[in-house]
Design a binder for this molecule. Structure first.
Ligand SMILES: Cc1ncc(COP(=O)(O)O)c(C=O)c1O
Length: 371
């Protein structure tokens, strides 16, 4: 089977292929780590973005204290890959999932989970108790996203009290993720609303401590807010993920704080008309839930998906429509994804390069791990 290898030029890659500019990626990681090192706040990157233990280990080597994962199946892959200190940031509900979690906890006792209901906590307590184990839990608080999360204040305290009576659960922290604020374009507005959310989160953490709960972890923040969160007293760790690669949606909101380090390399396979070039990257290669991918270095061109396997590049400005597109059959174009997480989940492999040569090939082992 045709297999490009380390040391090959990028030309050796078949397309579509997901390629990573290592210089830009290492710069993103280094920059973010430095920002939190000086603030004395720990970084627990959300590994739902990278979905690769190799990249997670790279983040640990750069100073991360561990990782977040969204799902038990992601935790399985990361734990197997040597990342022990994991926080599963989504509520774990249902017998099959609890059984998988218990299996994981048998071997990886540093894994922590979130709870936001008495029912969820009771089922967890029963499952880990039946295996003679304990689970470290964080209360998941709703700080405004209106996704999961118990209501801060009295309801959170009541849930904590009930958890306190459960024999096999140990309440060690709170999570409050303000996902609804990540992409606010105006930085002042983003900061102001983030501060309100942090007030709620740290206020509840304090109430819990006053009530006698040993809250050690107060975790929050994504790529768009983590720095604002870290400037708030009482936040112990942040969990950004997209900063590693970025995407056009985040770039549009944050500007150039971090660079777009990942692209999908595509080939022009057809030139049916002078003003339309067809590439081999469609909906199965580039997600469109956050808008359209952009061809790197071709600001005057726009991408239109043309089904599962095809995409079109056309003039962005209709006034140019009678002009010939400067692309020929066989040309290669790098597409910058609009949403990095959902695009990565479409691919099997990262091809990481420096100076035009492949330096590493990483399997995306947690691709499709959504359970
Ligand atoms: C709970 C939680 N924490 C952190 C993140 C990381 O956010 P981002 O990838 O925007 O940095 C996410 C992303 O959806 C999340 O769901």
């Amino acid at each position: 089977m045709y297999q490009p290898g380390v040391g090959d030029a990028l030309d050796a890659l078949d397309t579509p292929a997901m390629i990573v500019d290592l210089t830009l990626m290492d710069d993103n990681i280094g920059r973010l780590m430095e920002r939190f090192r000086v603030r004395n706040v720990r970084v627990r990157p959300h590994l739902k973005t990278v979905k690769s233990p190799e990249l997670a280990l790279r983040l640990l080597a750069a100073g991360a204290v561990g990782g977040c994962v969204a799902k038990v199946s992601e935790a399985e892959v990361m734990a197997e890959g040597g990342i022990e200190d994991l926080l599963i940031t989504t509520e774990i509900v249902g017998r099959p999932k609890l059984a998988r979690l218990v299996d994981l906890l048998r071997k990886h006792s540093l894994i922590k989970v979130v709870v936001d209901s008495v029912e969820g906590a009771r089922a967890l307590d029963a499952a880990v108790g039946a295996a003679n184990l304990e689970a470290k839990v964080l209360l998941d608080l709703n700080v405004g996203q209106d996704r999961c999360g118990v209501t801060p204040g009295e309801e959170a305290l009541e849930l904590a009290r009930q958890i306190g009576e459960m024999e096999h659960l140990q309440l060690i922290g709170v999570q409050g993720y303000e996902g609804h604020l990540q992409h606010i374009h105006d930085p002042q507005e983003r900061q102001r609303r983030c501060q309100q959310a942090m007030q709620t989160l740290t206020g509840t953490a304090e109430q819990l401590r006053t009530a006698g709960f040993p809250i050690q972890i107060v975790t929050t923040g994504g790529t768009g807010t983590a720095e604002f969160c870290a400037d708030f007293d009482g936040i112990t760790e942040v969990q950004p993920g997209s900063f590693v690669f970025m995407d056009t949606d985040y770039r549009n909101a944050l500007g150039g704080v971090y660079s777009n380090a990942l692209t999908v390399l595509a080939t022009v396979i057809s030139r049916p008309t002078p003003n339309r070039a067809i590439i081999d990257a469609g909906l199965k290669s580039l997600s469109i839930d956050s808008g359209m991918a952009e061809p790197k270095g071709w600001e005057q061109l726009a991408y239109q998906p043309k089904g599962d396997e095809h995409g079109a590049l056309v003039w962005r400005d209709e006034a140019d429509a009678d002009q010939e597109l400067p692309l020929r059959i066989g040309d290669r174009v790098e597409m910058i994804p609009s949403h990095i997480d959902t695009t990565i989940n479409l691919h099997d492999t990262y091809y990481a390069y420096r100076d035009g040569r492949i330096e590493a090939i990483w399997p995306i082992s947690a691709r499709g791990k959504v359970q």
